[in-house]
Design a protein around this ligand. Structure first.
Ligand SMILES: CC(C)(COP(=O)(O)OP(=O)(O)OC[C@H]1O[C@@H](n2cnc3c(N)ncnc32)[C@H](O)[C@@H]1OP(=O)(O)O)[C@@H](O)C(=O)NCCC(=O)NCCS
Length: 444
């Protein structure tokens, strides 16, 4: 993959790029945190991604090379991973480490790197790209905010329970937390496999990736987290994933929490918050800084948030999301749509249902009332008046619906160019696209 233009070439990353890319990103990312000095946590993260990461290859990086010097001057990485909802696998690439050396900025290198990335994923069948980052910036590159991130209230340190175990009214019901070891990886992967069948959007880890999270990362790696396992006797009942240090605001972040059995959550929430209180105080004492709060980077409806101390409300942030092919995305989600219609006892009595996306259209095919396939066809010139079209939905609105970020009533409210042919279509599409909680701790 090479294109030459204006003295730069875009190519895939190579193992030999490790030290140069680590130095480049350490000198451009999070400079507000280092006061302009190289960031050791970024350098360690990039080195880890390029050497020995279980799900990232050097080729996942794209690099802009200055032809005058032969050196990388801009790059990004697409971290491929599979997310899941109700057992349906969704191939996702999380874009990270977007950076250009200051003296090469303004040459559209970022734009070109993203164009190369999107071309690559169109041919490799990666349905969705996501990124967090500079407000508004990635809209310019075809992304839109289509997944909520966080939103659980923050719990001030003073509101955390002192401890669970050892009290006469011990609410822990025998549950305890201990540091995870590499030997726990298989059980944690098993818990994730079960979560993948649930109603939330999740990012399950297999045993190899869990082992890397627990014992494989460099000490300084910015993405290193601490994993604790929830036990009752010898049984592993769940896990809690939190930061390896307090952040700049004195907050301890929680990235993921899970219980194998839903019934354990009321006790587990107490035990987990008591554990976070101890960890936060320990980090604060070691760093000589006050421990201020626990920031749960979880959705507000997550059991740890619902069953924990109420805390201070926090506005959810958003993931930028892009899909190059919304019809392919619908086709991937077909088993999910079928299961939702079945659960709602709904059948479609025509042979097809056409959703026009102003240019292209998705044709949903039915046999005996059940969805059997989703195919792409040409859209019509005027889908809102065409009698064979059941719904006209702009591609951006369809992305919101497909990911469960907005419901159909919300889309109808916000998109005047979203039209439905009749009440039956509205009813069927409303059942197809409920809101989906986002419980993703992405792989990075
Ligand atoms: C953001 C960054 C990658 C842009 O790189 P670049 O190769 O110069 O980008 P391009 O040439 O393709 O695009 C330049 C456009 O982006 C805008 N831009 C650059 N940095 C920006 C920022 N921090 N916020 C908003 N817009 C920004 C420029 O103003 C320019 O706009 P214009 O087209 O209206 O003139 C680069 O500034 C950088 O490395 N910043 C530090 C690291 C960082 O913040 N990375 C992003 C993490 S999410």
């Amino acid at each position: 993959m090479t294109r030459e233009r204006d003295g730069y070439v875009i190519r895939a990353g190579r193992p030999s790029d490790a030290s140069e890319l680590a130095a480049l990103h350490a000198s451009v990312q999070l400079q507000w945190a280092t006061g302009g000095k190289p960031h050791p946590g970024i350098a360690a993260w990039v080195e880890g991604l390029l050497t020995g990461h279980p799900s990232v290859a050097p080729d996942d990086f794209l690099v802009a090379v200055d032809l005058a010097t032969g050196r990388p001057v801009a790059s990004l990485v697409g971290l491929r991973q599979d997310w899941s909802v109700a057992g349906v696998r969704l191939p996702v690439a999380q874009v990270e480490l977007v950076g250009t050396a200051p003296e090469h900025r303004g040459n559209r290198l970022t734009e070109r790197l993203f164009a190369a990335l999107h071309e690559r994923y169109a041919s490799r069948g990666v349905a969705v790209q996501v990124i967090e980052g500079i407000p508004y910036f990635y809209r310019r590159l075809g992304y839109d905010y289509a997944l909520a991130s966080g939103g659980a209230p923050t719990v001030p340190a003073t509101e955390l329970p002192a401890t669970g175990q050892g009290r006469p009214d011990d609410p822990s019901d025998g549950l305890m937390l201990r540091p995870a070891t590499a030997a726990d990886a298989g059980v944690l992967a098993d818990i994730d496999r079960r979560l993948a069948d649930g109603d939330a959007l999740v990012c399950p880890r297999d045993a190899v990736v869990w082992r890397y999270e627990i014992a494989g990362r460099r000490q300084a790696d910015l993405a290193r987290r601490i994993v604790a396992v929830l036990t009752r006797g010898a049984e592993v009942c769940g896990y809690l994933v939190h930061g390896a240090r307090l952040d700049a605001a004195g907050e301890l972040a929680v990235f993921a929490a899970a219980c194998r059995r839903t019934a354990d959550w009321p006790q587990a929430a107490v035990v987990m918050h008591a554990h976070l209180a101890r960890v936060g105080q320990g980090y604060g004492s070691a760093a000589g800084r006050p421990f201020v709060a626990v920031r749960r980077a979880l959705d507000h409806d997550h059991p740890l948030a619902r069953l924990g101390p109420p805390g201070v409300p926090r506005r959810p942030r958003g993931w930028y999301v892009r899909t190059g092919d919304p019809i392919d995305l619908l086709a991937r989600l077909a088993p999910l749509l079928r299961a939702r219609w079945r659960a709602a006892d709904l059948r479609w009595h025509e042979a097809g249902l056409t959703i026009d996306m102003y240019g292209r259209a998705a044709r949903l095919m039915f046999t005996d009332g059940e969805l059997t396939a989703v195919t792409a066809t040409r859209g019509t010139v005027s889908p809102t008046t065409d009698p064979a079209t059941h719904a006209a939905i702009p591609p951006g609105a369809l992305l919101q619906l497909a990911l469960g970020n907005r419901t159909l009533p919300e889309v109808l409210d916000a998109w005047p160019d979203c039209f439905l042919r009749d009440r039956l279509t509205e009813h069927v599409l409303t059942a197809a696209f409920p809101r989906v909680p986002v419980r993703v701790w992405p792989r990075n």
